[in-house]
Ligand binder design. Sequence first.
Ligand code: NAD
Ligand code: IPM
Ligand code: MN
Length: 365
Amino acid sequence: MTLQIANLAGDGIGPEVVDQSFAVLDAVAPAVGLDYARTDFPFSAAHFLDTGHVLTDEDIATLRGYDAIMLGAVGGQPNDPRLAGGVIEKGILLKLRFDMDQYINLRPVKLYPGIDTPLKDKTSKEIDFVCVRENTEDLYCGLGGIMRKGTPHEVANQTMVATRHGVERCVRYAFETAKARKAAGYRGHLTLVHKTNVLNFAGETWLRTFNEVAEQYPEIETGYHHVDACCMFMVAKPEVYDVVVVPNMFGDIITDLGAAIAGGMGIASSGNLNPDGTGPSMFEPVHGSAPDIAGQNIANPIAAIDSMGLLLREVGRIKGNDAAVKAGDKIGAAVQTVTPNFAGKSLDRSGYSTTEIGQMVIDVL
Ligand code: NAD
Ligand code: IPM
Ligand code: MN
């Protein structure tokens, strides 16, 4: 069975890093008997500026035919007035997450061997958890508006949405993740992160749902942190976390912090998952298009390569494609074999080129 991957390389460093992820896939696929096909799509800020075309419902219908989507990053130059208001981020990235019902954003925070963390005295033993970020609700729904615009009495509203259905499926996924980790030797602990002391409506729905679902998982220890305290713990005592479940907006913020404590944006991988298989899941590095370093062959492709590993493991599992799971495992292991090459260096400004780093992983495979 051929694994059909749609490649949305995007803007800036996106194409540079996803090319390396496919080069790595090419290196591992024959060895595990994985048959895959890559189809490139142009959706990006650059494509929008050329054609006026972002991502239509017909494009979504086409992409539904794929087993998985690999995405580099989308986003143009900062302050380009033609891209104001998040036309690209909302029109491509968020549209895909919402339309494909990718309701989980899985973001591991793991300090790999040899990588330097800015946290003093912390090692891979203390920095090893996974964030389960809700991915289709919250402040990301685009609800709200501006009243009396342009007057001294202007009022802007941005609405936070938490539905029982959306929260419950995310919380359940997080408990299942904690259970699977426990079986793999982790603690089996799940922390809910919110801000229930201020966000009393959304917070209540999250907390009540969390506590109700927890009763069905007596083997999982649970905890709760307000998001501000979570930021403090991530820096001061990251070992308190095993699995974190978090609404969309807070999850966006704490996972950049997670990337930073694990060594930098160049390492952080993610999966936008549709665990029900009613649409393709999408995999992408947590970082953006990095216009400041685009075109110089200096971006670190590890995050994209690791996201490819995650794609193969997750989609392989959902589709029952064992060769894909094997390929994903091999890529994950190869990444951790090369990370000691970054010891004593900044992960994001290591002095290695994008292509050199890709080649390091290929050499291991
Ligand atoms: P960014 O992640 O692109 O860059 C932040 C900093 O991290 C920059 O200094 C950059 O050079 C560095 N960096 C990022 N990835 C790196 C890598 N692989 N190797 C080395 N250094 C790396 O975030 P930003 O500057 O806030 O956003 C730039 C654009 O990307 C914006 O348009 C934003 O909306 C978009 N964006 C897109 C996605 C996505 O498509 N998934 C995610 C985040 C941001
Ligand atoms: C991310 C990004 C996106 C988000 C933006 C680009 C819409 O920051 O994937 O973390 O906020 O989810
Ligand atoms: Mn983000």
